[in-house]
Design a protein around this ligand. Structure first.
Ligand SMILES: Nc1ncnc2c1ncn2[C@@H]1O[C@H](COP(=O)(O)OP(=O)(O)OP(=O)(O)O)[C@@H](O)[C@H]1O
Ligand SMILES: O=P(O)(O)OC[C@H]1O[C@H](OP(=O)(O)OP(=O)(O)O)[C@H](O)[C@@H]1O
Length: 297
C-alpha cells in the first residue's frame, strides 16, 4: 500500500516509537478505540476506523513535529516540550510517565548545593533546560557568558561522573534506582514531568482533536474514579451525601421498602477505603464498589 496517498485529509497523531511512554500510549490508543495495524518497521500506521494517521517518532522529536504543525497532536513528556522550547497547546496531562529532572552529584563527593557547581561541567541530554537552570543560578544578563559548561550525551547519562566526563549530571529520575546504583544523589529538582497530549496551535481537524481529547479524558476519569452504590435509611441521607457527594450530584432512588433509598455516586479510587468505612459507620448498608471501564465526563 502506498501510505503517502492515504495521508491527506487525515489527522496526524505523533506517538512515541519506543521507550518509557510506548506501552502506555498503546493502551491509551486502544482504550480510545483508535484501531490501527502497524507493519513491521513502518513508522506510519493508518487508523482503520477514524481519519487518523499515527506517526511513530522518538519522544524527544514529537514537540518539534507538533510545534511546526507537521503533526496535529502527539503524546510526549512535559520535559521534552520544555526542552524543545516550542509553542504548543499542553492539551491534557495524561498522568503517566511521572518522573523528575534532577541535578545528581557523586555521593560523598564535594558538592551538596547547586551553587557549588557554577563553573563546573554538567552532563545531560536536556542541555537547554540545564542551560536555562544555570543561567538563572548564575543570574546571567544578556551578552554575558555562562561560566558553567553544559555537555550533551544521548543516554546512560548516569555513567558520566564516574567516567570523568562531568562533575554532575541533570537526568530523569523515577524510582531513584539508576542513580543509586551509579553512586549519585539528588541535590535539586529542575522540573517535574508527566506525559501530555499536546496539540498544534493550528490543528487540521479541530473536531477530531476534540473527540480524541474527550475520549482520553474519559479514560483518565475511569482510572481515577470508581462507582459506589449503597442502601440507606432516608433520614441518614444528609450525612451520607456529605461523604459521597458525587462528581455533580449523587443519584438517589427510592427502594421498594418504606423510608429506604439507594444511592449511586462516583468516588475517587484513592479515597475508596476511607469512604467505605465512613459510609458503614454512618448507617449505610449493602455498600458495593464497581470499576468504571470507560466513560465521558
Ligand atoms: N524512568 C522514567 N520513568 C518515567 N518516565 C520516564 C522515565 N524516563 C523517561 N521518562 C519519560 O519518557 C520520556 C521518553 O524517555 P525515554 O528514555 O523512554 O525515551 P527514548 O530515548 O525515546 O527511549 P530509550 O531510552 O528507550 O532510547 C521522557 O522524556 C520522560 O518524559
Ligand atoms: O529512577 P529510575 O526508575 O531508575 O529511572 C531513571 C532512569 O530512566 C531513564 O533512562 P532509561 O532507562 O530510559 O535509559 P537511557 O539512560 O538510555 O535514557 C533515565 O535517564 C534514568 O537513567
Amino acid at each position: 500500500m502506498d501510505l503517502v496517498n492515504y495521508l491527506p485529509d487525515r489527522l496526524m497523531f505523533a506517538v512515541p516509537k519506543k521507550g518509557r511512554l510506548y506501552e502506555k500510549c498503546l493502551s491509551l490508543l486502544k482504550g480510545a478505540d483508535i484501531q490501527f495495524h502497524r507493519s513491521n518497521r513502518l513508522d506510519i500506521a493508518i487508523c482503520l476506523n477514524l481519519p487518523i494517521a499515527l506517526i511513530f517518532l522518538p519522544a524527544a522529536d514529537i514537540p518539534t513535529f507538533v510545534g511546526e504543525g507537521r503533526c496535529d497532536i502527539g503524546i510526549t513528556g512535559y520535559d521534552q516540550v520544555h526542552e524543545s522550547n516550542v509553542d504548543v497547546d499542553m492539551g491534557l496531562d495524561l498522568h503517566f510517565g511521572n518522573c523528575k529532572l534532577q541535578i545528581q552529584v557523586p555521593r560523598n563527593g564535594p558538592y551538596t548545593k547547586p551553587e557549588q557547581l557554577i563553573g563546573k561541567t554538567i552532563v545531560s541530554t536536556f542541555t537547554n533546560l540545564t542551560r536555562q537552570y544555570f543561567e538563572r543560578l548564575e543570574k546571567i544578563k544578556p551578552g554575558e557568558v555562562l561560566k558553567t559548561k553544559i555537555k550533551y550525551v544521548g543516554g546512560s547519562v548516569e555513567a558520566s561522573c564516574a567516567l570523568g566526563v562531568g562533575d554532575a549530571i541533570v537526568d530523569l529520575v523515577e524510582s531513584g534506582e539508576t542513580m543509586k546504583a551509579a553512586g549519585l544523589q539528588a541535590i535539586e529538582t529542575v522540573l517535574s514531568t508527566s506525559a501530555h497530549l499536546i496539540v498544534s496551535r493550528h490543528p487540521s481537524h479541530p473536531q477530531l482533536v476534540k473527540l480524541i481529547k474527550s475520549r482520553m479524558e474519559g479514560l483518565l476519569a475511569a482510572q481515577k474514579y470508581v462507582l459506589c452504590n449503597y442502601n440507606a435509611p432516608r433520614d441518614k441521607l444528609p450525612v451520607l451525601l456529605k461523604v459521597t457527594p458525587g462528581r455533580r450530584a449523587a443519584t438517589v432512588s427510592p427502594l421498594d421498602e418504606d423510608n429506604w433509598v439507594a444511592v449511586s455516586s462516583m468516588i475517587q479510587r484513592k479515597d475508596m477505603a476511607n469512604i467505605l468505612d465512613l459510609l458503614k459507620e454512618q448507617g449505610a448498608t449493602d455498600i458495593l464498589v464497581f470499576e468504571i471501564s470507560n466513560c465521558r465526563v
